[in-house]
Design a binder for this molecule. Structure first.
Ligand SMILES: C[S@@+](CC[C@H](N)C(=O)[O-])C[C@H]1O[C@@H](n2cnc3c(N)ncnc32)[C@H](O)[C@@H]1O
Length: 383
């Protein structure tokens, strides 16, 4: 593929667009621009593979093949027909088409999907001068998204979504997605050389993502991406990028990272995930009720995703747990707390006042991620 720059969008869940923009800029994609649900950037196709390997908080990386105003199905057909599909799709490409419509004249997702498919097939039949497209080759997932009468046609570079790092085999009861966990680590006030503890660690996602960040481990290092099978891509360039990512991984940079939980079954999964992430011996987890937790160190960064008490029947127990966070901080001088919950009254119930809040989604739940200073910070500042 040529050095030509193309436009991509790294999709992100609501509230995380700014985090993903900063990630892209740090990777050298300086023109990264946040919009609702994602961040646009330009790159060569091969260089976009770097985004696939390294983005910790984005959901997918999509190549924008065509974009334009559509008032009718005929407009959509013409937009898709004119797009440069042959640049990317070989004669035998598998072409599944997904679709989404919102606030537009075209609101039938099914019709948008089938018109898109028909136009791509017509385009390729003309381009390859053939009537038969066997669809037996590499997969090119096309998405047609129509929003406010603008249709965006994309190809998905990833295959499985980026949260599928490959270390989680079973999800536990209320797991945090890997991409959301990585975002919390980045939004927290943790400096990667400091000890970190998750007192409600569940299946260990926050711990693993924190270790990846500290060790400069590309989140996608050991998984495959759809674009690696595309004939239009220079495989040696992708190989070089993966080798470079391997060379950057340095597990010796991982500080003391630990977790505890009251549920032995969740801890079993956490242990399995830690090993599957290649982090055996680098993260410790143990069974402990947060109310009795006493670590033999100070100046810890606590990072926590406790139960939210979404069901009314769970709310009392959950609030009793929230009241235990202040004593936890008192028992660990100099330690800070970072916590996510959808419970609107966490600060009131816990008797703690956050220094920073970020609104974001955990799945469908609107949550707040809060940062709390050490309990003695005010006192120390006065001295
Ligand atoms: C929302 S889940 C955490 C999920 C985790 N972030 C993950 O990715 O799997 C909340 C966790 O808090 C734990 N928990 C509830 N009460 C606790 C307590 N008193 N002490 C310690 N852990 C507790 C639950 O067992 C559960 O694993």
């Amino acid at each position: 593929m040529s050095d030509q720059k193309r436009t991509f969008i790294a999709t992100a869940s609501a509230g995380l667009e700014g985090v993903v923009k900063r990630e892209l800029q740090k990777l050298g994609f300086e023109d990264a621009k946040a919009e609702l649900g994602g961040v646009r950037f330009t790159a060569t196709l091969e260089d976009a593979f770097r985004a696939c390997l390294w983005l910790a908080c984005a959901d997918r990386v999509l190549l924008i093949v065509a974009e334009g105003n559509v008032q009718s199905f005929e407009d959509l057909y013409q937009l898709v027909l004119r797009a440069p599909w042959k640049t990317y799709l070989p004669k035998d490409a598998q072409i599944p088409v997904s679709g989404r419509c919102a606030r537009s004249k075209l609101m039938s997702i099914r019709d948008c999907q089938s018109i898109t498919k028909r136009a791509i097939v017509d385009n390729l039949q003309r381009a390859y001068r053939t009537q038969t497209l066997p669809e037996t080759g590499a997969k090119f997932q096309v998405d047609v998204a129509v929003h406010s009468d603008v249709a965006r046609l994309t190809l998905d570079l990833c295959g499985e979504a980026l949260n599928r790092r490959g270390y989680r085999t079973w999800n536990g009861e209320a797991p945090l997605r890997e991409t959301a966990a990585a975002a919390l680590v980045k939004l927290s006030n943790w400096r990667t050389e400091e000890p970190l503890h998750d007192p409600c660690c569940g299946t260990g996602t926050l711990l693993i993502e924190a270790a990846f960040l500290a060790a400069h481990r590309a989140p996608g290092l050991t998984r495959a991406f759809a674009m690696e099978k595309w004939p239009c891509v220079d495989k040696s360039a992708l190989h070089a990028l993966r080798e470079d990512a391997k060379a950057q991984y340095d597990p010796s940079l991982i500080p003391e990272i630990s977790g505890s939980d009251i549920d032995p079954e969740a801890l079993k999964l956490a242990k399995r995930h830690i090993v599957q992430a290649g982090l055996g011996g680098k993260i410790t987890v143990f069974e402990k009720d947060l109310r009795d937790l006493q670590l033999e160190k100070e100046n810890i960064c606590f990072l926590s995703n406790p139960p939210y008490g979404e069901r009314l029947s769970d709310r009392k127990g959950c609030e009793a747990l929230y009241r235990a966070y202040k004593p936890l901080l008192s028992r660990h001088p100099g330690s800070r707390l970072n916590l996510i919950t959808s419970h609107p009254g966490f600060e009131r119930v816990a008797g703690l006042k956050s220094i920073k809040k970020t609104r974001l989604y955990n799945g469908r739940l609107e949550c707040e991620f809060m940062r709390f200073a050490p309990l003695n910070a005010h006192f120390e500042r006065k001295k």
